[in-house]
Design a binder for this molecule. Structure first.
Ligand SMILES: Cc1ncc(COP(=O)(O)O)c(C=O)c1O
Length: 388
């Protein structure tokens, strides 16, 4: 079966957060990470069936839903987990916040690598914990970890390390040796490792594989909170269905205690979509990956042809549908405002922890035609700048 990623589906009059931001303005929304594609038919079918049942009482996952996750972990990554390790959550950002509250006290520190998805930095602060960021280094065309700086950043107050695996926004797939070194770092410093793996099924480079951080060894698994969801890959983030995988029973209990009475239950439809995605979504996912690779290559080709002078992708886009673009050469104090004036809505780089004016992030989860139009508009935006 061939799936259609090209037919535009109007979202401007809907509840879409992505499209509402620019309601009534001719600006293509290429910011928040959701995609403009209809879900896999298997997910839609399962949801229709569930709706037809007609009852929507308080929900609990049925065994087949939890089993679908257990089986997907083994099938996709050779990672054997037990169903009891799963803690359902309405979102990964919730998981980041809960982890900070469960494993650090107010005033204690949470380390991460930047630039990074903004809640990695705001989640600790939300509950008076402290976020400490260690910037990546660009080394031989790859974003790499500055190990010396990471060691120097550890203080007696450091309790947690947040890893984005694969990484948003730099689109890096961490290699086994890097993950092993990070795991060793966390073990040596007695840190809990929170591994956000929401983008794990969106690896674009066929030569690379996702390695769940907790699958490295039982020692690191025992101190890891893995956060995952079908949401990014299968385009169901609005159904609010995610989960943590925590193998250590004491730490899992601590995590669950921190959710108690505050974190909402996952809903009936979310469970159904989650199971359908993991059981029946693979053919759709493979075609999605191929389409996203096409979009990535389309943008990279435009950049290589010099159509967007002053904009650069500095490292391979190995995963996700998000591209981190260096725009320093444009010399703009507010690149987002400039591109919005020319009809393209990008994400502000400074939200990810870098100084304003240097980076923007573009979301390629759109039709090829929309991407072509966005590139055309960005070309005009650059042509409108005074000569440099
Ligand atoms: C790394 C990462 N974590 C979490 C999220 C959001 O997760 P949720 O919508 O489940 O809170 C995103 C969304 O872009 C993300 O990129």
């Amino acid at each position: 079966m061939t799936f259609d990623f090209d037919t535009p589906i109007p979202r401007d009059q809907t509840d879409s957060q992505k499209w509402q931001k620019y309601a009534g303005r001719d600006i293509l929304p290429m910011w928040v990470a959701d995609m403009d594609y209809k879900c896999a038919p298997a997910i839609l079918y399962a949801l229709h069936e569930r709706v037809d049942h007609g009852l929507f009482g308080y929900a609990r996952p049925v065994k087949s839903t939890t089993d679908a996750i257990v089986e997907a972990m083994e099938r996709n990554y050779g990672w054997k987990i037990d169903a009891s390790w799963i803690v359902w959550l309405p979102g990964l950002v919730v998981g980041l916040n809960v982890t900070a509250q469960a494993f650090a006290e107010p005033g204690e520190e949470v380390l991460t690598l930047s630039p990074v998805y903004p809640p990695f930095m705001t989640a600790p602060k939300n509950s008076s914990r402290v976020s400490v960021q260690v910037p990546f280094e660009l080394h031989e065309g790859h974003w790499t970890i500055n190990w010396d700086a990471l060691e120097r950043a550890v203080t007696p107050k450091t309790k947690l390390f947040y890893l984005c695996n694969p990484h948003n926004p730099v689109a890096r797939v961490w290699r086994r040796d890097e993950l092993t070194r990070l795991a060793d770092f966390c073990l040596r410093h007695n840190l809990i490792l929170c591994s956000d793996e929401i983008h794990c099924d969106l690896i674009l480079d066929p030569a690379l594989k996702h390695i769940p951080t907790a699958a490295l060894s039982p020692e690191i698994a025992a101190r890891t909170v893995t956060l995952m969801a079908p949401s990014k890959t299968y385009n169901v983030p609005g159904l609010g269905t995610s989960f943590a995988i925590i193998s250590d029973p004491m730490r899992r209990a601590r995590f669950v205690r921190a959710t108690s009475g505050i974190v909402a239950e996952v809903n009936n439809l979310g469970y159904v979509a989650c199971e359908a995605a993991y059981r029946h979504g693979e053919a759709w996912r493979q075609q999605l990956l191929s389409y996203l690779r096409g979009n990535r290559d389309f943008l990279l080709a435009a950049l290589a042809r010099g159509e967007l002078p002053g904009m650069r992708v500095e490292a391979p886009v190995e995963a996700t549908y998000l591209v981190w673009l260096n725009v320093t050469a444009l010399g703009l104090a507010d690149p987002i405002a400039h591109f919005e004036q020319h009809g393209v809505g990008l994400s502000e780089g400074s939200y990810f922890g870098v100084p304003k004016g240097h980076y923007v992030r573009i979301n390629l989860g759109c039709t090829r035609a929309t991407l072509a139009e966005a590139i055309r508009r960005m070309r005009l935006a650059l042509a409108a700048l005074p000569p440099r």
